[in-house]
Design a protein around this ligand. Structure first.
Ligand SMILES: *Cc1c(COP(=O)(O)O)cnc(C)c1O
Length: 241
């Protein structure tokens, strides 16, 4: 007799990503209506890190086109083949970027959400010029000021955005944050929205599987949902940066 413990994580074969995404869209629609925001005000980034192409396909086949990955190398192994099959994909880098990977990142991604220091801003400027590509850039803010987490400190964010604009001539499209796991995310979302408003930035990438409804209430324009669509990540998953 096969005994499956209820607490055991489901494997990829037992998960229906398309059904999960449909349910997520409905839930989001309800939350937006309740918050008095327009339907469609929040874009869902389906986070596919650690999941292989077979598991992502149902979501592509239902027409979803916006995806997030947190590692350049993993994305490189997975997405070029999928881009050949599906038009109008938007690939967003949501993990920390090392400058020695900037060239590959600029070639592969459409959006980089993790610009967080002058060196990476400079290298991205140079790479976009060299490759004739123009990516949308978001600044990652370390709202919880966690030493192990990427992102610029809240107190340094205004000056960094100004530097990106003036010194590197970069347009900063949005801000992104990952609140501390053990804290109420609401004050972090509110802080990100406040920093964005005073810098005339309209896009806010905030909210993950556990807290995207709260983020949608507090002004997110992009939520990043992984496990809520594709199921729990296994051994290959890494701590978010
Ligand atoms: C993995 C990851 C997510 C998705 O997390 P879930 O909790 O699985 O929805 C969102 N943002 C970043 C930066 C991530 O690395």
């Amino acid at each position: 007799m096969l005994i499956v413990k209820a607490t055991q994580p489901l494997n990829d074969n037992q998960i229906d990503p398309a059904a999960n995404l449909r349910a997520l869209r409905e839930e989001l629609k309800g939350a937006l209506a309740e918050a008095g925001r327009k339907a469609g005000a929040v874009e869902i980034t389906a986070v596919t890190k650690t999941h292989d192409a077979d598991h992502i396909l149902p979501v592509l086949e239902m027409g979803h086109r916006v995806f997030g990955e947190n590692r350049v190398q993993e994305a490189q192994a997975k997405w070029p083949a999928l881009r050949e099959k599906f038009d109008h994909l938007e690939l967003r880098l949501i993990g920390p970027l090392q400058s020695n990977k900037a060239k590959e990142a600029v070639a592969l991604f459409d959006v980089i959400e993790t610009v967080d220091r002058p060196k990476i801003a400079r290298v991205l400027t140079e790479e976009m010029q060299a490759q004739g590509r123009s990516l949308d850039l978001f600044v990652q803010v370390n709202t919880g000021e966690e030493p192990q987490k990427a992102g610029i400190a809240p107190a340094d964010t205004d000056a960094f955005i100004a530097q990106c604009r003036e010194e590197f001539n970069l347009e900063i499209k949005g801000l992104m944050c990952i609140p501390p796991a053990a804290e109420d995310p609401a004050p972090h979302f509110a802080l990100l929205a406040k920093i964005a408003a005073r810098n005339n930035i309209s896009a806010l990438s905030m909210g993950m599987s556990a807290d995207y409804l709260k983020a949608a209430q507090l002004g997110a324009t992009h939520i990043r949902v992984g496990s809520g669509i594709f199921g729990a990540r296994g051994e290959r998953s890494h701590a978010v940066g």
